[in-house]
Design a protein around this ligand. Sequence first.
Ligand code: ADP
Length: 479
Amino acid sequence: MTVLRKNLIDGEWLGEAGSRNINPSNTNDIVGEYASAGPEQAKQAIAAAKAAFPAWSRSGPLARHAVLKKTSDEIMARKDEIGRSLAREEGKTLAEGVGETIRAAQIFDFFAGETLRLSGEMVPSVRPGVGVEMTREGVGVVGIITPWNFPIAIPAWKVAPALAYGNTIVFKPAELVPESAWTIVDILHRAGLPKGVLNLVMGKGSVVGQAMLDDPDVNAISFTGSVGTGKRVAAASVEHMRKFQLEMGGKNPLVVLDDADLAVAVDCAVNGAYFSTGQRCTASSRLIVADGIHDRFVDAIKERLDKLVIGDALDAKTQIGPVVDQTQLKQDEDYIAIGRQEGAELAFGGDRLERGAPGFYLQPALFVGSTNAMRISREEIFGPVANVIRVKDYDEALAVANDTPFGLTSGICTTSLKHATHFKRNSEAGMVMVNLPTAGVDFHVPFGGRKGSSYGPREQGRYAMEFYTTVKTAYTFAG
Ligand code: ADP
C-alpha cells in the first residue's frame, strides 16, 4: 500500500491525493502518491513564509546550525535507503543515487558551518567620528523551483543556504521526483524548523510554480530547469522587482587534442556524455576531436559503449539506467532522427532496449561526422546522445567550443600545459575542466555558467551568500 505524501504548509501536512510517481525502470512500480497543491495552497505557503521571516531571520547562528547539522546527520545515516528511493523514482543508478544523497548531506553540513562563519566589515567613514558597518541579511521569502535530474542535491544546494542565511522558503520540486523532495522536507521539519520557515508545495509547474512567480510576496526565486521556464521566471521577477537566479541548459564541449592520453579522454567522454543517462546540464554533448586522434578515439568510445550495462537502476550491476520518462525518451529519439536527417552518421546505439520490465531504456547514441551548425550540436538534448565534431587543431577546437548559445561547463583533454592554460583562460564557460569530465563538481565552490546557461549570482559554496543575502550599510555617529 502506498502512503500519501502531503504538502507542508505553515507546519501542517496538508492535501489530498493528486499524482502518482512512476519508476522509470519498471512502469508497473508505483513509487508513491503525492498531494498536488493549487494556487490557493501556494498563496497560503507564501503567507506562512512571510509571517515566519522576522523571527527566523533574527534567530541567530546556533538555532540554524542545529537544524542544518541534524539534517545532514540524518541524511548521511539514511544514505542507502534515500539513495535507493532516489534511483527508483529518477532512474539513475544505485551508486549515483547514494552518491547524490551523500552530496546532499555534505551540503547541509557545509551550510551548517556557514551559519557560524557569517561576518561583516567595519570601516571608518570619510566623515570624522562616524563608523560604517556592512552586514548581510536574509532576503525574505525565497521561492525554490527545482528540476527532476538531481532530485536531492539541487533542492539541498538551494534550501541549505537559504535557511543558513535566515530566509524562509516556499519549495516547489519537479513533478517527476516528489519523494526525494518530500524526504528532505520531512527531515528538516523534524529537525526542529519553526512552522512556516520551510513550506513544500508539490504540484504542476504551470499551476503552483506560476502562482509563486505571480505573487509579490516572494522576494527572490532560485530556479533550475529549462530555458523556456527560466525566461518566464525572469520576466515575472522583473515585473515584481525581485531577485532571481537561473540555472538552465548546457551544450557542453569536451575538446580532445592529438596529445591527449587516450584512456583519460575516453573516460572523460563516456562519463561526461552518458553517465546519469546523459541527463545532466553539465553533460558533454559535443565531443570536439582533433584530426590526429579522431579515429582512435571514436573506435575506443564505441568499444566502451558496447560494454556498458544498461538496465534497471536498482540492479547493482547497472551502469546506465533508463531515461526518466516517456516525454524525455521521445525528445531523445526525435533528436536522434534529426541528427540522421541533418547528415550526421550514427556510429553507435540509439535504439530502444527491452529489459525484464517495461521501462524507458535507450541505448547510448554516438554521432560522428557532425558539424557545429547542426541542431544536434546547438540544442540541448538532455539524454544519452553525443556527437563528435572533427577539427584540425587547437585553435579550431576552441572556436567551435565557444560557438554555442550556452556556457555552463567545458573540458579539454590534453597533455600540453600551454593548451590547457590557454583553454582555461579563453573558454566561455562558467566551469572549465582539464583532463576531467565536464560533469561532476565539488560542493564547496561556485557552480554556474555564462551566456544562455545561467543568470544571476553563483550557487554553492560561500558564493551562495551573494544570492541569499542582501547587504546593509549602517552609519553610526557616536559623538
Ligand atoms: P524540464 O524540461 O527539465 O522539466 P522545466 O523548466 O519544465 O524543465 O521544469 C523545471 C521546474 O520548473 C519544475 O519544477 C517545473 O514544475 C517548474 N515549472 C514549469 N513551468 C513553470 C511555470 N510556468 N512557472 C513556474 N515553474 C514552472
